[in-house]
Design a protein around this ligand. Structure first.
Ligand code: PMV
Length: 391
């Protein structure tokens, strides 16, 4: 019968790199030129929700992003779908009398609807969440983010508070729908083929994407670095300086950097391998000074590589630069780092405070130095837990 539809929904968090991935050694398989390390954000406020449906009535694979249909002809979607289909197993729903055998999956088409609850392509690693959603089966989270949104200089900001949190439920997704037996690391290698950074969203907490050595990419996958509840003092605040779509996509930006930047070659060979070792150590020891120093240095070097690219790529704007100067001065005046900053392929600041008190102070200072428009009622822009404002 063509009447049945089987559906599965997954919520996948985004992740923010503290040691950046920038540059591919293989564009088709999405193999990076260096290892990277990220922190996974809680999906309740910054995530992608993807519903996948399969039915014998569907005539082709189709996908909608935030309600708009998008083309699935791109190589990345096709690789992801192909990889997942080829691993699909038998699925049976006795109640509904539906049985799909392994061989049937090749013929069945899927419809995918994906929603981001944050600006797409504004440098908040939105693709990271999206592609991981296709592959994701289970996520352990240790950060819970509540966020506040307010207008500043005609733009707006998300402020996210983080505390440790763990979800034990299964998150259903295409992989779940098709009954894949692979573990999260193996699934991360599939998500990687959609968007590199997506592979790190398959785990909560601090995650390392190992670049791997194999030409076929089988060992280029994500692993979790520490237990979920390892560093629960950290608080992340994201200031969305601009929600505009970035001008240079990470795909073309990386390609141009690989082709033209000598700094990228030096960074990948000489700098990142040593930084990864130090960052793992800092995370293991909850050494905030070292963590902050490495995080800021790596963000700055990533943006230096962008400037070293021909033609140069500018992801940060004046407000981003002002935020960096401000944090640097604050850290210097305290004698040891209180806040770490990192910027992805966009102008938005990801600020990591060493604890809740520092985060509350940071929030107040951001409001003072980057004030919301005078006619803005702050409370009406607060989404989620506002308590940190009153600390
Ligand atoms: O996976 P992509 O193509 O969205 O690239 C993301 C690259 C950065 O966000 C800038 C760095 C990173 O490691 O996430």
């Amino acid at each position: 019968s063509k009447k049945w539809v089987l559906m599965a929904t997954a919520q996948t968090p985004t992740n923010i790199a503290v040691i950046k991935y920038w540059g591919k050694r293989d564009e088709t398989l999405i193999l990076p030129v260096n290892d990277s390390i990220s922190v996974t954000l809680d999906p309740s406020h910054l995530c992608t929700t993807t519903t996948v449906a399969v039915s014998p009535g569907f005539e082709q694979d189709r996908m909608w992003l935030n309600g708009k249909e998008i083309s699935l002809s791109g190589g990345r979607f096709q690789s992801c779908l192909r990889e997942i289909r080829s691993r699909a197993c038998d699925v049976e729903d006795k109640e509904k009398g539906i049985k799909i055998e392994e061989k049937d999956w090749e013929k069945l088409h899927v419809h995918i609807a994906s929603y981001n609850n944050f600006p797409t392509a504004a440098g908040l690693a939105s693709s990271a969440a999206g592609f991981a959603c296709l592959g994701n089966v289970q996520v352990y989270l240790f950060f819970s983010l509540s966020f506040i949104i307010f207008v500043f200089w005609g733009c707006y900001a998300y402020i996210l508070k983080v505390h440790w949190w763990k979800i034990d439920d299964d998150f259903f997704s295409l992989a779940k729908l098709m009954n894949l037996k692979e573990n999260p690391s193996q699934l991360s290698a599939i998500a990687r083929q959609g968007s590199g950074s997506a592979c790190r969203s398959l785990f909560g907490g601090f995650v390392k994407w190992i670049m791997g050595k194999d030409e076929n990419g089988s060992d280029s996958l994500a692993v979790q670095l520490v237990e979920e509840e390892h560093w629960n003092e950290l608080v992340i605040i994201i200031a969305v300086v601009s929600a505009r779509q970035k001008e240079t996509s990470s795909t073309s930006g990386m390609r141009e950097s690989v082709e033209t930047s000598l700094l990228l070659q030096h960074r990948a060979k000489e700098i990142v391998p040593k930084r990864i070792v130090k960052m793992e150590e800092a995370i293991k020891n909850r050494d905030f000074s070292s963590f902050a120093q490495l995080t800021c240095a790596d963000s700055n070097q990533f943006h230096a590589v962008c400037l070293d690219t021909s033609p140069p790529i500018f992801y940060m704007n004046d407000t981003s630069h002002r935020i960096i100067s401000y944090v640097e001065k604050w850290n210097c005046s305290e004698g040891s780092p209180q806040v770490a900053y990192t910027f992805d392929a966009g102008p938005n600041a990801v600020l990591i405070a060493r604890d809740r008190q520092v985060a509350a102070q940071l929030l107040r200072r951001l409001l003072f130095f980057f004030p919301p428009n005078s006619d803005t009622d702050l409370n009406s822009y607060v989404l989620g837990d506002k308590s940190i404002l009153h600390d």
